[in-house]
Design a protein around this ligand. Sequence first.
Ligand SMILES: [Zn+2]
Length: 189
Amino acid sequence: MDYNSHTDIVVRVAVSLVNELTPGERRGRPFPVPVDAGAAATAGLRAVYTSYREVTASEGTELARVAARLRTVFAAVAAGDVDSAAGEVNALLEETHARPMLERHDGEPWHLHFHGRGGTMAGDWAASCATGLAIVLGSEFHDRLGVCTAPHCDRVYVDVSRNGTRRFCSTACQGRVKTAAFRARTRPE
Ligand SMILES: [Zn+2]
């Protein structure tokens, strides 16, 4: 992809939070509302930031609400409704007071953050994820957000392949669909 690496990272966080915190189906099985939202949110953030601190239960609950909003953006793009996706992202940017600010911490070089100072942890992530998705939607890659097209799966993804042909959340779902297609072809008449 062509956008900067921090954007890439917050978009990956958005994908991960949606996939760990929103109910639906995953890889052919029901995916219920997580019993422990704090643990699910911790897993989601650690999928991107491996040493991220443990998320509390109340933060997890707040992040689950953020994730539900983020899911509607992926779903709208997957349905070809970029207008709705843009409307939802704009609403999130406004509510979270997302704004760019250069920061330097933990020995890292100066880099751009997107959240307001003094917000809640979930509010900061909402601002960051909304900004990341806004950059994607405002670019030539606006159709790269997707919802898995395998049966009984609604996990989301961002397609970073060169030609933009990704259709599944994971190689597991890609494999399930391939196997089903193979069985259908080889089934005796
Ligand atoms: Zn899938």
